[in-house]
Design a protein. Structure first.
Length: 277
């Protein structure tokens, strides 16, 4: 459905809409990577494959559609910069940690493991869908001052995610995984990195919106999809459950959880709990 909607009024390459080529590529890369990952029973290349998939579909969209307008170039730059940063961060993290416990029960089950890789293909397609529809659109919409809010929101979200990730990584290196962080951005939100992620994809959608036509507007579901997946399916629910199991009996953690919002910061709270040292 998304492939059909995103392809409307879009560029065509070898008889197939460029948007559809990008969808096929997003899923194809996941399925190719699944084979060695399952045979070696490793998840170390999962996040890296996801990031390379974003870069690949954006580059293919730019090449096949032949777009060089400012909006398309800026959208491509936003996603490629984000993917390079997050992909390298997650890859280096899993190399240092050795594994990702989320995959422990999934890796031995081929269908479940393949479904996880397929879900990543869906994640790439839906989140980047709005930008892909704008890049492959036949009608070019020049950048205007009305696009500044989208650019600013992306930049703010990107910076927020980078700082939050670095703060938590530094905390883990100093204190190990046995402590919970309550300092820096984490004193304002229990998941500031996910807040940044949601903000930057909303910024991408705002920048892409002027170039969308007709059924292409279906792809504008991108930021809502990110929000729902991070807050209702994976991401926050999994981490909150894991934290409750680990520190649920710790009064300091309970105090931190009571005072600090799960996502959107509460700026009336000025001091983090003392338990995350």
């Amino acid at each position: 459905m998304l492939a059909i909607a995103g392809s409307q009024s879009g560029a065509v390459y070898l008889g197939l809409p460029v948007f559809a080529w990008c969808v096929l590529l997003a899923f194809g890369l996941q399925w190719l990577a699944f084979v060695p990952a399952y045979l070696r029973q490793t998840e170390k290349f999962y996040d890296l494959t996801g990031s390379l998939s974003y870069i690949s579909v954006i580059c293919v969209a730019m090449w096949m559609s032949g777009q060089t307008d400012g909006r398309s170039l800026l959208l491509a730059a936003m996603i490629i910069i984000w993917a390079l940063r997050l992909g390298s961060f997650l890859f280096l993290r899993i190399l240092a940690d050795g594994s990702d416990s989320r995959f422990d029960k999934i890796k031995p089950r081929p269908i479940a493991f393949l479904a996880t890789w397929s879900l990543q293909g869906l994640w790439v397609t839906v989140t980047a869908g709005c930008a892909l529809a704008a890049i492959t659109a036949e009608t070019v919409k020049p950048l205007t001052l009305l696009d500044v809010p989208g650019m600013a929101l992306w930049l703010l979200g990107f910076v927020l995610e980078v700082i939050a990730d670095r703060q938590k990584r530094r905390f883990r290196l100093l204190h190990g995984s046995g402590q919970f962080i309550t300092t820096g951005l984490w004193s304002r939100s229990r998941h500031p990195n996910y807040l940044g992620e949601i903000m930057l994809w909303l910024g991408v959608a705002l920048l892409a919106a002027p170039a969308l036509q007709g059924w292409q507007w279906v792809t504008a579901i991108s930021p809502l999809f990110v929000y729902l997946l991070l807050t209702r399916v994976s991401g926050i629910p999994l981490l909150e459950r894991k934290s409750d199991e680990k520190w649920g009996d710790d009064p300091r953690y309970l105090a931190y959880k009571t005072k600090v919002p799960v996502l959107v910061p509460n700026f009336t709270f000025n001091k983090g709990a003392e338990g995350g040292a």
